[in-house]
Structure formats: C-alpha cells, structure tokens
Design a protein around this ligand. Structure first.
Ligand code: M3P
Ligand code: FE
Length: 314
C-alpha cells in the first residue's frame, strides 16, 4: 500500500539532441517516445514501465518534478486526504496529463519541489522479458544502467533564520507518505540541526534524499548498477565520451553506496550508484552522522568534501 518507488524524473535540458545522446550513450537508456511539445521519454533496460526520465526543452537546467509510483489507484485518494490534512494543497491531474500515465496527484514539498504520485503507467516490459530471461540484454549501451534509483533534492537551510526545509520535508515524508528515515546528518550546537536525510520505501537505504543548502534545487538523479566493477566501467564510458565527471569512483559512508558523479550536457548532475548498502527495514535504527564526520559520510575514503560537489547544483 502507498508509495512503492521512484517512477520518473522530469528534467529541463537546454540542448535536446545532446541530452538524448547523453542519456542513451552514457547511461544506456532507450528513447520510448516523443510528444508534440518536443519532450523526450526514456527508460532503462531493466525497467518495465514506459519511461523513467522525461527531458523537456528549456533555456535552463533543473528539475521540473519528481514522480513516485503508488501501488493502488485508491492510494491516491487516501494520500490526497492525508496531504491536505497536513496543510499542503494538492491537485489531481487527470489521466493522460502525461502520456501513457494515469491520474497524478500533484503537490509541492515544504521545500517547494514539485512531487507527483501516480498508480498507472503503460507497461512495456524489460529488455530481457519475463520468460526464462537472460541476465542482461545483448544490445546494452554505455553504462547499461538498470533503473532510476533515487534523487537528491537540495533544500533551503539557514540556521540564522531557523529555516530548515530538510527537516520539514523529512517530517512530511514520514507523516504523510510513510517513508522511513535511514540516515541523517546532524550539525550545529549539540547536533540539533537535521542538515540531510536519506529516506526509503523500498528495501534499499534511500529512494529520496534531502540535503540543506543556500537555495532549493536538484543535486542529482541516480541510476542503479550491479557492482563496483560496473561503476568503474561507467567511468570508462564517461572518459571515452568526454562526459564531465564531478567525482571519480568512490564510496559513500552514508548508505555505503559505490558511486560516481557526472553531468549531463546541460549541467544536471547524474550519479551511477551500486551496492544495495544494507537491507533497509522499517525497524532498522536510524544512522546518524555528526558534523565532524560529515566528510567521511559523503566520501568515505578521503573523508574530505569536494567543493564543486557541495556547491554546484541546478
Ligand atoms: C548520495 C547517496 C550529498 C550526499 C550524497 C549522497 C549530496 O548521493 O546516494 O547516498 O551530500
Ligand atoms: Fe545519490
């Protein structure tokens, strides 16, 4: 019941042809449709719904909205009631507002990011099918990403004014959408300020994360790979395609994920992410990272923050 997983991200891109080339050749996604407004829809080979990424033409980079899939259509009505009772306005967009997708519950998180929930998207199947499937398809391209895994949203955090949209979002996700808190970063006097959170509905450590910063935005969307070796190979693909790498292969202390960060041609940050980390369960104790260990939480090996990584986002 309720939210199952991330469903899609809708991203603004400035050069559509370059963006499609990036998501096809570097990530290994396939274009599944285009609409009359020039939006392009793509999916990964291991995903069964019609699309997990929408690219929309724009004069800037950034996130339009992120959508999560719920299990039952009736969940949308139940969640609408809970979200409105919490004090957040919602709109039910009719079926077909987005192609091949059922009605969508649209609202803004306390941070201002637009979120949508939906129950139905056209089933097209994975590239290996469901009968005696091979472990991977023959025509794999680039990194061969399996699926869109999570997104990380930057939220306004200003200890001087007391504004903390990380804490507000996290409370909302727990109380209205039944997300669980896996890990958090606590900073400030006595570790009293919740500066970042990783939250889940699946059995992996995060389906969404919030990090505090001077302004709201998109930090990254992340795609799942099987193993550390696949992360290395995805970095090789990026070097071969002259893709701008932000952080070369390393490991997060937080979530234990194996990772590489890079940019699409418009400057939207992507991550390829491997390793399930640990089995995230509702009764798992929350992991807390303190301010003095923040560096190793983010990049476990060096224990040092990278300036571009914390300061550059769309
Ligand atoms: C991840 C992850 C930041 C930490 C990022 C961590 C932006 O992306 O997948 O665990 O501080
Ligand atoms: Fe991530």
């Amino acid at each position: 019941m309720g939210v199952m997983r991330i469903g899609h991200a809708s991203l603004k891109v400035m050069d559509m042809a370059a963006a499609v080339k990036h998501y096809e050749n570097v990530l290994g996604m396939k274009t599944t449709m285009q609409d009359k407004h020039g939006n392009v829809y793509l999916k990964c080979w291991d995903e069964w719904d019609k699309y997990s990424l929408v690219l929309t033409p724009s004069d800037q980079a950034g996130l339009n909205h992120v959508a999560y899939k719920v299990e039952h259509d009736a969940d949308l009505d139940a969640l609408k009631k809970r979200i409105e009772a919490y004090g957040i306005k919602t709109r039910m967009l009719p079926e077909g507002s987005m192609p091949s997708t059922g009605r969508m519950l649209q609202f803004n998180l306390p941070s201002g990011h637009e979120m949508r929930l939906y129950a139905m998207k056209e089933y097209v199947g994975t590239d290996v099918g469901t009968t005696n499937p091979d472990p991977w398809p023959d025509d794999i391209k680039g990194a061969g990403a399996h699926w869109l895994d999570h997104c990380l949203l930057m939220c306004e955090l200003n200890p001087e004014t007391g504004v903390n949209k990380v804490a507000e979002n996290s409370k909302f996700m727990q109380e209205c959408l039944d997300f669980y808190l896996a890990e958090q970063v606590m900073v400030g006097p006595g570790g009293s300020i919740q500066a970042a959170t990783w939250m889940f509905r699946t059995s992996t450590p995060h389906d969404i994360a919030f990090v505090g910063g001077p302004k709201m935005g998109l930090h990254h969307i992340a795609f799942f790979l099987d193993s550390w070796y696949d992360i290395l190979k995805s970095a090789d693909v990026m070097a071969k395609t002259k893709t701008k790498i932000d952080v070369a292969p390393t490991r997060h202390g937080i979530t234990r994920g194996e990772t590489i960060y890079f940019f699409d041609p418009s400057g939207n940050r992507n991550e390829t992410f491997a390793g399930l980390g640990y089995l995230a369960q509702p009764d798992r104790p929350v992991t807390t990272w303190t301010e003095d260990h923040l560096g190793s939480g983010i990049f476990y090996h060096t224990g040092e923050l990278v300036q571009s990584f914390t300061e550059v986002y769309t």
